[in-house]
Design a protein around this ligand. Structure first.
Ligand code: SF4
Length: 236
């Protein structure tokens, strides 16, 4: 897929999947905790983990979570899974964000994007994806976070040869106007959940199939097979 096809595709997906901002109403710190909880689980289980954590500690703030024993956090976030990894990460990031000068996370998010990204990634348990999600969703920075849906679809569209996080992010950011990155990030995820699933993508119903490399390759393979079968039938 070239740049023109990508832009055409994204305009179609953008109108098909209106922006559903899952972070609306959350504080930036809640968005960060929600992103940590979302690792390797479904949206429903992440949300249950977040709500149970809120009920357990009263309010999701760095102070409350830093004061809560790891075991209690693990118990509260049980539905989100991987609690032995997530509970120490959550407590560790809460402790790292505590300081005497008010909300350190707000100060980080007020920095220019590259600096803010570096500072977020220096926090315990925060990798590039978590940092990009928090930057985009909590503070409107022009990052293009890459989750498993986006990585899979970028490969199907042949946007990038390499499969590492930074290569995919760079390719998407190169072709996406900064003011569109959040909306297009959400639109691709919605497409990945609805039609372009990991197994058995519903290409027949897909509005962007004419520009999709994966679909066009599949069709070319099917046509070759049909021709072979027809030739073999004629010889018989
Ligand atoms: S045509 Fe199929 S593989 Fe391509 S984007 Fe659509 S659903 Fe995904």
């Amino acid at each position: 897929m070239d740049r023109r096809a990508f832009t055409r595709t994204m305009r179609i997906l953008e109108s098909r999947y209106p922006v559903e901002d899952w972070s609306r109403g959350m504080t930036p710190f809640e968005t960060l905790i929600s992103t940590i909880l979302s690792q390797s689980t479904t949206v429903a289980n992440e949300r249950r983990g977040l709500n149970d954590l809120r009920s357990s500690v009263g309010e999701i703030t760095p102070q409350r979570l830093a004061d809560t024993p790891e075991g209690e956090i693990a118990k509260a976030i049980w539905h989100a899974g991987l609690v032995t990894q997530k509970a120490p990460r959550i407590r560790g990031v809460a402790r790292a964000l505590l300081d005497d000068r008010g909300d350190r996370l707000e100060r980080i998010l007020a920095l220019p994007t590259d600096r803010a990204r570096e500072e977020l990634m220096a926090l315990p348990g925060v990798g590039p994806k978590t940092a990009d999600v928090v930057l985009a969703m909590a503070a409107g920075h022009p990052t293009f976070p890459v989750d498993t849906h986006i990585a899979r679809i970028a490969r199907r569209w042949n946007l990038v040869r390499r499969t590492d996080y930074e290569s995919i992010r760079a390719a998407l950011e190169r072709w996406t106007p900064p003011e569109k990155r959040k909306a297009w990030h959400l639109a691709i995820i919605a497409h990945g959940r609805t039609l372009c699933k990991a197994r058995n993508p519903r290409c027949g119903e897909c509005p962007v199939r004419r520009d999709c490399d994966w679909y066009q390759r599949k069709r070319a393979r099917e046509r070759r097979t049909h021709r072979r079968v027809r030739r073999a039938a004629t010889k018989d």
